[in-house]
Design a protein around this ligand. Structure first.
Ligand code: UD1
Length: 425
């Protein structure tokens, strides 16, 4: 795995007026693999993860683990993490701040080491992203948490099973609580838990390692504490956001794309929306096909926790609405800053405006090519899809964001007939 060492000075040049067509496969989910790598901290020995995506966040997470004493080998789609009997508890500031997902070492470290020190993580500029629910989960289990010079410090003499109800089904706070509770004494119950497929994947790995967890994928997760975990091999689930990106690209470009390596139930609501805008949608056990002949119809989309429409696909929803027939309203309920994307779409001639949590978009036949800036992973992908519906060549800048989450992005788009080039700027 190369890890795509892209510079901040690279852009994509995207040619408009193409139709995406063909078959493409997705690899493991970014939002799963990074957490699974952190879970490997909890068991001494070699944990092997397969179907890992070739994205720059994976080597970044490997660096976080190496600084804690693990040996990490990345080869093809396989990541092997060798965890020593004693791991460190202080995350390297620079390594941790390189990726938002480094927060997922918090639960595993507090669970196994009873302490963790973590610089407040970086990542996407999509909202304030506080850690209060992570902290409250840990304190419910008996830890103390405090901020010390920009670092979160969590410590516990003993972790005791407890009942905790999240005020919002946060993905990260669910993971922190579950991973810490796995090695606590007694029974823990998490109410209003996130139900994302990646949570189920993490609980599957933990269960294979010897944890006793029930209810993953529902709103109530129950964890019986165990003394220790053992390392195992595990295949990462397919990336539903990447799969849905290609599906939405097919609908926007009036194309015909089959995506393999994905459970259609992971993106059921997205496929329902695509059907509603006029696409023909077929599915099998691990594939989806989306074909669109007419201009998509306008539709209203509200982002919600799983199984609702994912916030990570909100930029693609806005991009699609920009070329749809009629007025669409897209409502963002998860991350307040995500509408920065709309400003970039306006540069491309989109008839769009925001009002609080709502974006109103009146679709056009064709967008104007322009120079635009990706502010996060998904906004970047949304701009590339928009570029395919523009009149000439669109330059998408700050593409290091896209490389954090989309493996083989250029190769994949080209394999579907898209015209895209990576250039130094
Ligand atoms: C994860 C995903 C991200 C996705 C998001 C929602 C990873 C690496 N990232 O992010 O791609 O967009 O889920 O599906 O898996 N919140 C608090 N306090 C907390 C924690 C969260 O207020 O302690 C808020 C956040 O600011 C946000 C909402 O809860 O408004 C949801 O965040 P959360 O589900 O935790 O997202 P992440 O786990 O950060």
């Amino acid at each position: 795995m190369s890890g795509n060492p892209t510079s901040r000075e690279q852009s994509f040049l995207v040619t408009g007026g193409v139709r995406l067509a063909g078959e493409i496969s997705v690899t493991g989910a970014k939002n799963s693999v990074l957490k699974l790598m952190a879970v490997a901290l909890m068991a001494e020995g070699r944990t092997t993860l397969t179907n890992c995506p070739n994205i720059s966040d994976v080597p970044a997470m490997a660096d976080v683990l190496r600084h804690l004493g693990c040996t990490v080998e990345i080869s093809g789609d396989t990541v092997v993490i060798d965890t020593p009997a004693e791991v460190g508890h202080v995350a390297d500031d620079k390594a941790a701040q390189r990726l938002r997902a480094s927060v997922c070492i918090l639960g595993p470290l507090v669970g196994r080491q009873h302490r963790a020190v973590l610089a407040m993580p970086g990542g996407d500029a999509i909202g304030s992203r506080p850690l209060d629910m992570h902290q409250r989960g840990l304190t419910t289990l008996g830890a103390t948490t405090r901020m010390d010079h920009g670092r979160l410090v969590a410590e516990a003499r003993d972790l005791r099973g407890a009942r905790y109800a999240l005020t919002f089904p946060s993905v990260g706070a669910t993971e922190t609580f579950v991973t810490a509770a796995v090695l606590a004494k007694g029974t823990s119950v998490l109410e209003n838990a996130a139900r994302e497929p990646e949570i189920v994947d993490i609980c599957d790995l933990l269960s294979q390692m010897g944890a006793v967890i029930s209810g993953a994928g529902s709103s109530t997760i129950t964890i019986e504490g165990v003394d220790q975990l053992r390392p195992v091999s595990h295949r990462v689930i397919g990336d539903r956001i990447v799969a849905a990106t290609w599906a939405m690209g097919a609908a926007m470009t009036r194309g015909d794309v089959t995506v393999t390596g994905i459970d259609p139930m992971f993106i059921h609501v997205v496929l329902e929306k695509l059907h509603a805008v006029g696409a023909v949608v077929d599915t099998g056990t691990d594939w989806i096909r989306v074909a669109q002949t007419e201009r998509p119809r306008a539709s209203n989309i509200r982002t919600l926790p799983f199984p609702g429409f994912p916030t990570d696909l909100q930029p693609m929803a806005i991009a699609m609405a920009s070329v749809s027939d009629g007025l669409s309203v897209v409502t963002e309920n998860i991350f307040e800053s995500r509408f920065r994307f709309v400003e970039e779409m306006v540069r491309m001639g989109a008839d769009a405006e925001t009002d609080g949590h709502h974006a109103k978009i009146r679709g056009k036949e064709r967008l104007d090519s322009a120079t635009v800036w990706a502010s996060d992973i998904r906004a970047g992908a949304g701009l590339v899809l928009a570029g395919m519906c523009a009149d000439r060549v669109t330059e998408v800048c700050q593409i290091f964001h896209i490389d954090r989450g989309y493996p083989h992005f250029v190769e994949n788009i080209r394999s579907l007939g898209g015209v895209i080039e990576r250039v130094d700027t």
